[in-house]
Design a protein around this ligand. Structure first.
Ligand code: F3S
Length: 683
């Protein structure tokens, strides 16, 4: 039989800390009481009693001046007040992870939010958390969440905050949240499931899927131990939930090849070792049986192999213990050497909107408040750190009483950032940052957490453009001034734009040629043309080159800021002038006209303008012809409007085409009389 012990089995940090605090207090004060059973394990409670740690159930039972341990589950506000009123000496062993839930509950309730706690209604931790607000709703299951959604429609309109019991099963919590999301429009979710619980549950599921049997060690009242057994049950046929070695019926493990062992957060190491030992003894017995039944040689080999395995398994707890001892020493050492301002490295254990929990490998719990992650007010903590990331931070505060270490990532980043900024200033490198706000006289760019002021004149925006246009945008800038003692950094976006524009202009002048197309932006317009930026250089499109149609001014077709495709008509490198065309040469109406019509053809034309000397008529869009007054009618007329009116459509004969000047002469009279005079010369 192979025994696989879960790495995460046994006391969690919070429980270990509470037990140690109780033992210390009992020694220091000659005994103490715990408000409620310190942990859900009768063996440990009995062992503590032997050391002078007794259990009381309510604050009323506490005597004035008596030392009271608040267990890792914590208590509500009222209990603290009652204990203070009694004059008790309070030793608060509330797990820091749980304490943070209390703070969230209190703060959000005070901010007018409805609190929902996902967890077991009767669990001391849930009762304690609910004791930091009024009217908390406790949900034990998805079914209860469904009922709530149905029966309390008013929750849709009020802000709601949800927290979870630290030992809840994540899938169930997520399921419940999805239901609440259907109703609550203003929902704040704190995933407060303790990462040690989540890891323990994950490992238990993995053991259950690979072993023939799983032994879960924990008290019957220990919620997290019960959950471990529940998680293993669907994955493994044989799950034995026992409180200690005595409760293990070893005969049930006979014939099983692999057994997984896990334990709840309130199970001490010595109980896990006893269970291991009992199973190892069973293996020894199996070996003896083999020895009795098999020939000597085979027995020797089998016995040797099995004994080695047994030895390894049996010694495992001892080895662990030795390892633990040296680990403890290292731990103590590391705790003592943690100082404010020191740089530490840890692993991200959990991320909530308000803080990030860091596993520093010590028994102190590291955390970084959201405000110490980054200076960017718009940043999302989840985008910056992920569970499992290795992270470097500065120690801000060590609280040995609470067992917490407050860390700051942004300050470490800031030191690095100042170095980088000074280097960027010295080496004149271009840096990139996000504009976070408009400021009096300019904008502020966040550069790795450092505020860089960019004066309006250096913003690169055209005059009179509001600075707000830049807010939220990522910009490239050059650092022009660094004064770290005064925490002042000045930058220029314009300098970068200027240099980039100059580089592009140089390249453009090297490569320019007639007919080359550019994608340009209309920068300004006059009555005679539009100036277009084609990449560092402005060219001019004359009004006649904007459209084939008759237009009065460029603004009839173009607008400032419009992106247009232009081509080079001519350029002068020396005087830095470029003449551009916008109208499509392939859509030239004259070409279309000459391809379609020739002299003597008859065309249906539209009278577009009446003049004293004749009428202009549109033959095709973009090509007009002139009907001289003498060619309008057979008889002499005083003015063209005696016969024609604007907008009228008539048939006219093409009597002359002037290719050079793109002019066309038309005649209506030629169609009325065969003796129409040749008019072209006359005109
Ligand atoms: Fe604390 Fe997590 Fe244990 S919340 S008490 S460390 S399970």
């Amino acid at each position: 039989m192979e025994i696989i012990n879960a790495k995460t089995a046994g006391f969690c940090f919070g429980v270990r800390r509470a037990v140690e605090m109780a033992e210390k207090a009992a020694g220091e004060f000659g005994g103490c009481v715990t408000l409620g059973q310190l942990i859900h394990n009768n063996d440990v409670v009995r062992a503590l009693e032997d050391k002078g740690v007794r259990t009381v159930n309510t604050a009323d039972e506490v005597l004035p001046g008596q030392t009271v341990i608040i267990r890792s589950h914590g208590v509500g506000m009222a209990e603290y007040e009652a204990l203070r009123a009694k004059g008790a000496n309070i030793v608060d062993a509330t797990c820091p992870e749980v304490k943070r839930i209390h703070d969230m509950v209190r703060d959000d309730w005070q901010a007018g939010r409805q609190i929902i706690i996902f967890g077991e209604r009767d669990h001391p931790e849930v009762i304690a958390s609910a004791g930091w607000c009024e009217g908390a709703i406790v949900l034990e299951s998805a079914e209860e969440a469904e009922k709530l959604v149905k029966n309390r429609p008013e929750l849709a309109a009020i802000p709601v905050t949800v927290v979870s019991q630290t030992t809840a099963v994540r899938e169930r919590f997520d399921f419940c949240i999805n239901i609440l999301k259907k109703l609550c429009t203003n929902l704040k979710i704190f995933d407060t499931i303790c990462y040690t619980t989540a890891n323990r549950q994950k490992e238990a599921a993995s053991l259950a899927s690979q072993c023939e049997a799983v032994v879960v060690i924990g008290g019957r009242h220990s919620a997290n131990s019960v959950k471990l057994a529940e998680i293993c049950a669907p994955l493994c046929d044989k799950v034995f939930f026992i409180e200690n070695a005595e409760a293990l019926d070893i005969s049930q493990l006979r014939g099983i090849k692999t057994v997984g062992v896990t334990a709840g957060a309130s199970t001490p190491e010595w109980i896990i070792k006893e269970v291991n030992k009992k199973m190892s003894d069973e293996i020894r017995e199996e070996v003896s049986e083999i020895r009795d039944e098999q020939p000597e040689q085979a027995v020797e080999t089998a016995a040797e192999e099995t004994a080695q395995a047994v030895q390894a398994q049996a010694e495992a707890p001892e080895a662990e213990s030795a390892e633990e001892a040296s680990f403890e020493e290292m731990l103590e050492k590391s705790i003592k050497t943690l100082h404010t301002g020191e740089k530490v490295t840890g692993i991200v254990a959990a991320v909530t909107p308000t803080e990030v929990s860091i596993d520093l490998g010590t028994k102190q719990s590291g955390y970084i408040p959201a405000s110490e992650i980054t200076d960017d007010p718009n940043a999302n903590v989840n985008d910056i750190v992920k569970v499992g990331d290795s992270i470097e931070a500065y120690v801000m505060r060590v609280n040995d009483v609470e067992g917490t270490v407050m860390l700051s990532k942004k300050r470490l980043d800031s030191v690095k950032a100042w170095d980088d900024i000074a280097q960027a200033r010295n080496e004149r490198t271009v840096v990139e940052g996000k504009v976070t706000e408009e400021n009096k006289g300019g904008v502020v760019v966040n550069l790795k957490g450092i505020r860089v002021f960019v004066p309006a004149s250096q913003s690169g925006l055209p005059k009179d453009t509001p600075m707000t246009e830049l807010v939220g945008k990522t910009v490239r800038l050059r650092i022009t001034e660094v004064n770290q003692p005064r925490r002042r950094v000045v930058g220029s976006i314009r300098a970068v734009q200027f240099e980039e524009r100059r580089e592009r202009a140089e390249k453009l002048w090297e490569e320019i040629e007639v007919g080359k197309h550019y994608n340009g932006v209309v920068k300004s317009m006059t009555s005679y043309g539009a100036f277009v930026d084609i990449g560092g250089v402005d060219g001019m499109v004359h009004v006649s080159e904007i459209s084939w149609d008759r237009i009065r001014q460029p603004a009839d077709v173009l607008s400032i800021g419009q992106e247009i495709d232009v081509y080079v008509i001519s350029f002068d490198k020396e005087n830095k002038k470029i003449s551009l065309g916008y109208k499509d040469p392939n859509a030239n109406p004259w070409t279309k006209f000459t391809d379609t019509y020739k002299v003597d053809d008859v065309a249906e034309v539209k009278i577009v303008k009446l003049m004293a000397f004749g009428a202009f008529a549109e033959i095709i869009p973009g090509v007009d012809g002139l009907i001289h007054i003498s060619q309008i009618a057979n008889q002499r007329i005083g003015k063209p409007d005696e016969v024609l009116s604007e907008g009228e459509t008539v048939n006219a004969k093409i009597v002359n085409i002037d290719e050079e000047n793109h002019k066309v002469s038309l005649s209506i009279r030629a169609l009325l009389s065969a003796e129409a005079a040749p008019v072209a010369e006359e005109e």
